[in-house]
Design a protein around this ligand. Sequence first.
Ligand SMILES: Cc1ncc(COP(=O)(O)O)c(C=O)c1O
Length: 310
Amino acid sequence: MILSSVIETIGKTPLVELSRIRDVLKLDGRLLAKLDYLNPGFSKKDRAAKETIEAARARGELAKGQTVVELTSGNMGTGLAIVCGVLGHPFVAVMSEGNSEERARMMRALGAQVIMVPQAKGSKPGEVSGEDLALVDVEAQRLTKELSAFRADQFERFENTQAHETGTAPEIWEQSGGTITAFCDFVGSGGTLGGCARFFADHDVRCYGVAPDNKEHPIQGGGYDMPDLIHLKTANLAGTETVSGQDAAKYAQLLARHEGIFGGYSAGANLAAAVQLLRGPEAGGVVAFLVCDSGLKYLSTDLWSEMHAQ
Ligand SMILES: Cc1ncc(COP(=O)(O)O)c(C=O)c1O
């Protein structure tokens, strides 16, 4: 089959059983990983980018050739750069200097203009805080006004959750033959967890948030310590698993070494949380999670330089 553009390759990612890790860790239950790092922008955020831009164009809210602006940790921006590039919209990504440099390079290669915002006083490179993100938001708001642009607004717009309610979650349900009993996801905007939780609510799948155990952490893409996320307001979550930055790295390394799956920090955080669930409230169950992005996005970070996994 010949597709009309790369946008059509977004979603429908494979679901893989982690039986090697299950055996190494002697777990009671099953782990299923959804390989969203195989999307064209190498992250799950391609789904939200596609849904948001296509819906805004269909509604007439985004005019032909109009500029798009978004605050991003790099992944939403990469998805938007791809979708906007193909559909003919100039795209401006606003990102914290705390996010890894390869993300900015990739967005520029895809045609985006990338504005880097200095971190708040006291913040560390590689560790983007809620405060850092607030500074990025101020700049994104200013640019949206100045350029009369469309703001993709992943923290506000419904399409961010919709992409996962109508895509990610039903795909997992169908691919697993309706066998999963729990799902967990590291929270950034909460779009993935909120959208999946809406679908899974009708299928008796318990949904858990994943959060860092510390305000300062290396898990890019989330863990901003925002208690009032719109996308999680109506989600009926079973609980939240906390994970240390060191465990996120250790489990990302386990995933690479034993399963050949090269994910980023948040994939490691999700796996660590899924293992905690099988060792706790979900013992004997089937836990699904996302490999949110590619380990290639972290070659300049400590993720692959310090080996934590045995
Ligand atoms: C690598 C990574 N993991 C997790 C998340 C969090 O996903 P969500 O915004 O759907 O909560 C993001 C969001 O940008 C991300 O880039």
